[in-house]
Design a protein around this ligand. Structure first.
Ligand code: NAD
Ligand code: TYD
Length: 342
């Protein structure tokens, strides 16, 4: 593959860091420049190994900071920009929507303006299946396709849906070469402890209650993070400007199933489960139809959930230092605020 330079924003977070490692490993002649503001969700320790690679560079900056973004483009002359940077947690968006609108909508605008100015050949927006809203539990025949209307429920998903509209507007209006991927829920290494799977693993390991929202029957469509990275890699290398791809592996599970599975794997009792007050506006079910990416790009998920979840649990057991440092800091206040009165 010809040498390329890719700017990866949000590369100190969960999926972005997995993507950085995936790309450095797969393309030894590529240069990867990561731009990340290191919010609560970004961890430099996550990128420790990448820092040792001479093809990798880290810059601490905000995607909304036009000067910092332009300086990086000036220095790196990127061929491709992949935008992972975002506020990503639905519960936080319910408490503080403004930050989500600012980061998730205005950030892509700054990045795309820089792409126009410097003639970048591809801007890829990492979006989410949550832009489609939710599906009813009693209609297992229904799935999200790329033609499903945007119908976001939470401030988080509304901000991501808005960004998608702006991205497509930049394509139509300015001819910016864009692509969008809308993936289902990811799991795997470096997943921040506030999200369902890591939160339940860590609480179970610490013999703390496992807070399940509502009746626990909400369904998510889980994909191992490396399979998402593979999909983005395929999209940014394909001749598919202006296209949107849904990414998901037909792996629907209710939250309570996931929680019970984690407890079983760790040999912990189900009495740790605590049903708590439901999330406001809680989406019932997400389910992706991945036909387009499979037929057009040949993407298939590789990791089966039964193996991926065991690998993930083992990763958390082997990387206690990574998450113990996180949960001993500001996260303690977050947990108290979010779960103290539930
Ligand atoms: P994350 O919260 O783990 O990481 C987000 C990263 O972005 C962090 O490193 C943070 O420091 C950085 N960031 C936040 N605001 C920034 C700003 N203003 N400027 C620069 N950097 C900033 O998120 P994630 O779970 O890795 O999600 C990455 C992307 O993938 C998001 O765009 C999200 O909407 C999307 N997505 C996530 C999932 C999922 O299951 N986690 C599924 C589909 C799509
Ligand atoms: P989450 O990991 O926040 O992802 P998303 O809301 O983006 O799908 O939550 C996944 C599911 O788990 C969602 O239905 C909410 C539920 N959930 C709980 O039941 N308890 C919790 O403590 C958390 C964080 C989530």
């Amino acid at each position: 593959m010809d040498k390329k330079t890719i700017i990866v924003t949000g590369g100190a977070g969960f999926i972005g860091s997995n993507f950085v490692y995936y790309m450095l490993d797969k393309y030894p002649n590529y240069r990867i420049a990561c731009l990340d503001a290191l919010t609560y969700a970004g961890n430099l320790s996550t990128l420790k190994k990448a820092m040792e690679n001479p093809n990798f560079r880290f810059v601490k900056a905000d995607i909304r900071d036009k000067d910092a973004v332009e300086q990086l483009f000036e220095e790196e002359h990127p061929d491709i920009v992949v935008n992972f940077a975002a506020e990503s947690h639905v519960d936080r968006s319910i408490r503080d929507p403004k930050l989500f609108l600012e980061t998730n909508i205005l950030g892509p605008e700054v990045l795309m303006d820089a792409c126009r100015k410097y003639g970048v050949k591809r801007y890829h927006q990492v979006s989410t299946d949550e832009v489609y809203g939710d599906l009813p539990l009693d209609r297992p025949d229904l799935f999200f396709t790329e033609k499903t209307p945007l119908h976001a429920s939470s401030p988080y998903s509304a901000s991501k849906a808005s960004a998608d509209l702006v991205v497509m507007a930049y394509h139509r209006t300015y001819g910016l070469p864009v692509t969008i991927s809308r993936c289902s829920n990811n799991y795997g290494p470096y997943h921040f402890p506030e999200k369902l799977i890591p939160l339940m693993i860590i609480n179970a390991l610490n013999d703390k209650p496992l807070p399940v929202y509502g009746d626990g029957l909400n369904v998510r469509d889980w994909l191992y993070v490396e399979d998402h990275c593979k999909a983005i890699d395929m999209i940014i290398h394909a001749d598919c400007v202006g296209e949107v791809y849904n990414v998901g592996g037909h792996n629907e599970k209710s939250n309570i199933e996931i929680v019970k599975l984690i407890l079983k794997e760790l040999g912990k009792p189900e009495s740790l489960i605590e049903f708590v007050e439901d999330r406001k506006g809680h989406d019932r079910r997400y389910a992706i139809d991945p036909t387009k990416i499979r037929e057009q790009l040949g993407w298939e998920p590789e990791t089966k959930f039964e193996n991926g979840i065991v690998k993930t649990i083992k990763w958390y057991l082997d990387h206690k230092d990574w998450w113990e440092e996180i949960i001993s800091g500001d996260y303690k206040n977050y947990y108290e605020k979010m779960y103290g009165d539930k």
